[in-house]
Design a protein around this ligand. Sequence first.
Ligand SMILES: *Cc1c(COP(=O)(O)O)cnc(C)c1O
Length: 355
Amino acid sequence: MSWEDKVRKVTPYTPGEQPRRTDIIKLNTNECPYPPSPKVAEAIAAFDEDRLRLYPDPAAADLVKALADHYQVDKDQVFVGVGSDDVLAMAFLTYFTAGKPILFSDVTYSFYDVWAELFGIPYKKCALKDDFSLDASDYLQDNGGIIIANPNAPTGLMADLGMIEKIVLANQDSVVIVDEAYVDFGGVSAIPLVEKYENLLVVQTFSKSRAMAGMRIGFAVGSKKLIAYLNDAKFSFNSYTMNHLTIACGKACVEDDLYFKEITGKIVATRERVKKEMAELGFKFPDSMTNFLFVTHPQIDAEELFLALKEEGIFVRYFKKPRIDQYLRVTIGTDAQMDALITFLKEYMKNRSFV
Ligand SMILES: *Cc1c(COP(=O)(O)O)cnc(C)c1O
């Protein structure tokens, strides 16, 4: 056996492109087009670099406390990590050990099957309906765990809380994770349900609605028992996941609720306007409750348009995958960025005499 036969081999997740160019309109990874809260800038200015000599607080208590206060739960019900990807990976490792298939949608966040493969967790993909909505009856079968992105990515659709509760209720013998990366753009969070269901973990991130993708902060809210198991796994892996500066910035960010409401409100307003304009151009899309639209056009090849947009310096996301290879996922940017997109699309279509 060669050393290479002894190596773990995995097919990694492919993140969206992060080009070095700054002169582009970047609508490809669902980042926030607005800066983080001014309170974050203050926290950075006030930061004493002498603290970097010391290890950070392994429990990230300041950030955990700020989140617990904000979401009105106990601090023992909150777990934080290096982006929600870190939180979700730890959750897969901790909760999905039964050896039975875990369940998730066929069209959803493409990291789920990557973690399942990495940790050797069997999984089964449940097909969304033709309109990409969730079929709750798929989640009534025996399983080793469940993960649902709600609102879903890359479709943008939200399942109502009643459906989520029905799934959690029917699966008291498994852990059900709800990934709410996009819930702050008009969605309804399942966080209040964690008081009622010990097996429910709700995961959120600072990357989209809190304008801090570059800082890497994610968190989970659940029952004390569920969070304790997650912490045990984390402390068996890497105690010091959150650094001093990140903890300080995260806390400052959560405490500035006014600014948070202002930027998410602006994005929702832009999204609703762009929905109308895209519809007028003949694009079809599920009714997004997120900071992106998942669009398709009956006469335009998605990959061709993706490349034409890129040529123009407008980056969007294209997935060459079954069911969605005629769709583009377009992040909602500033009004000016979306105007540039619409202007380009009108020109593109005029040149092809579609409109
Ligand atoms: C963006 C995203 C995440 C991960 O975000 P982090 O930057 O790691 O916090 C998780 N789930 C979904 C569905 C996402 O879209």
